[in-house]
Ligand binder design. Structure first.
Ligand code: FHN
Length: 463
């Protein structure tokens, strides 16, 4: 209730402020709109979240100027993540800007990227519109530090991606960093560090915070109006100078631009440490964002999405070859779905616009598994079981999908003593009929000697 009252105040303030702060001076002030979306009912929120909950699997793309150095600066490499090179290599702004002169993704192909996501079974794509480096990967009207004005490429790949996602039926979404290592309002206040380098806990000139917030709002307005995203995935919110009220205001503003938008919990201070758990319903944001991990019991009762890398970096590094196996990636997807979450799996393209071959191979192999077994993932809900030694479970429309990692010799024991199961079959062979018999506290299902899939095979139980 506190949030709702707060939001009504914000809406009224926003409606008043809106006419002053964001409307470009050359346009007539727009009518203040009374928007009551923050008064939405649970049913309205469920309707807004429905496609996202059903999707279960998306592509994260970290693409920016950091792909030019690709993890190396002045001969120095690091085991730190590639998109933070302006921080760990202590690169001052004017030096970092020179990477724009070399950023020329002549091999970028929007249809190829979207097709790769689609063929992998991904239903949405979240791409960095602006990471901490502050460089706009889209054609921004409020900053020349963008891909059209500042690089030899001179085109807008985001427009191409947005259009291609619509063509291929993939939901197009944006990542946007609140912390901005290029904006003049922000600086590094640490011994031995360049004042204009990157830094995980940068500072803001207090008198310029409002100007920066208006800069962000102007960029967010153009991102929504020009590219029509479905999700805004905020990040960089942990800085001391960003507050939960700031987050609630930004959430309210973004939803006023497009009420059906879905916004993560990093718009404000709702993320608990790096885990991304939700601090609670009083914090702004529609879903939790665990990072590089899968919460042991999921986040019961809330929407959440685990974001992970395929190797160890989000932004491209030329020497990070620590790739997770396709088995690990598929079993992560199943594990996350069995706990009621979404899997946002990252690719980090090169400065030439190429997604690394190791990522492509894994995504194609994931797609082959999803072609056969996607029914056990899409639109499902969390497992009804505490713990299954041999695999995971999901449920949907009166069916229980058992994803078996460790294929037993003989029968599969399922802790379902009382459930009325009318039929059991292999998802890979819908015509198959598996014999069942009641054990002491289990249902025993006779399985063929050979598993249909060595990574995970799905047994379907019809109730
Ligand atoms: O600092 C960023 C990092 O570069 C990356 O974008 C991840 C992805 O979730 N988010 C932040 C770290 O939590």
């Amino acid at each position: 209730m506190k949030f709702k009252l707060f939001s009504m105040a914000i809406i009224l303030l926003l409606a008043a402020g809106f006419l002053v702060s964001c409307a470009p001076s050359e346009e007539p002030a727009e009518e203040a709109v009374e928007v009551n979306y923050l008064e939405e009912s649970q049913a309205e929120k469920d309707a807004r979240m429905e496609w996202w909950r059903d999707a279960r699997f998306g592509m994260f793309i970290h693409w920016g100027l950091y792909a030019v150095p690709a993890g190396e600066y002045n001969g120095v490499k690091s085991d730190r993540i590639g998109e933070w090179i302006q921080d760990w290599a202590n690169i001052p702004r004017e030096e970092y800007e020179k990477f724009a002169d070399e950023f020329n993704p002549v091999e970028f192909d929007a249809a190829e990227w979207v097709g790769l996501a689609k063929d992998a079974g991904m239903k949405y794509m979240v791409i960095t519109s602006k990471h901490h480096e502050g460089f706009s990967m889209f054609d921004s009207d409020v900053s020349d530090y963008d891909i059209v004005e500042s690089t030899p490429y001179g085109k807008d790949p985001i427009a191409a991606l947005s259009a291609e996602c619509k063509n291929q039926g993939i939901k197009f979404c944006f990542y946007y960093s609140i912390m901005d290592w290029h904006h003049p309002s922000q600086y590094v206040d640490q011994e031995g560090r360049h004042r204009t380098a990157g830094h995980g806990r940068n500072s803001i000139i207090p008198e310029q915070k409002e100007e920066y917030i208006n800069y962000m709002k102007a960029q967010l307005r153009e991102l929504v109006e020009k590219y029509d995203p479905e999700v805004l995935w905020f990040d960089g919110e942990w800085v001391d100078w960003w507050t939960e009220p700031d987050g609630k205001d930004l959430y309210t503003y973004c939803r006023s631009l497009k009420p059906s938008l879905i916004i993560n919990n990093r718009v404000g201070k709702g993320r608990q440490g790096m885990q991304g758990m939700n601090k609670g319903p009083d914090y702004a944001g529609d879903f939790g964002t665990p990072e590089q991990e899968i919460p042991d019991t999921g986040l019961p009762g809330v929407d959440w999405e685990s974001c992970m890398t395929m190797n160890d970096t989000w932004g491209f590094k030329s020497y990070d070859d620590n790739w997770k196996s396709t088995e690990t990636l598929i079993r992560n997807l199943i594990d996350i779905a069995s706990k009621g979450g979404n899997y946002l799996l990252n690719v980090g393209p090169t400065d030439k616009g190429v997604i690394p071959e190791a990522s492509v191979i894994r995504l194609r192999e994931m797609g082959e598994w999803m072609d056969v077994n996607g029914e056990a993932i899409y639109g499902t809900s969390a497992s009804p079981f505490e713990d299954l030694e041999w695999g995971r479970a999901t449920v949907k429309d009166g069916k229980i999908y058992l994803s078996v990692f460790d294929w037993p010799s003989g029968s599969l024991e399922v802790p379902l003593p009382d459930e009325e199961i009318t039929r059991a079959y292999l998802l890979a062979d819908p015509g198959s009929e598996l014999e069942m018999q009641k054990g002491d506290a289990t249902l025993e299902i006779e399985l063929p000697a050979k598993a249909p899939d060595e990574i995970a095979s799905v047994v379907v139980l019809e109730q």
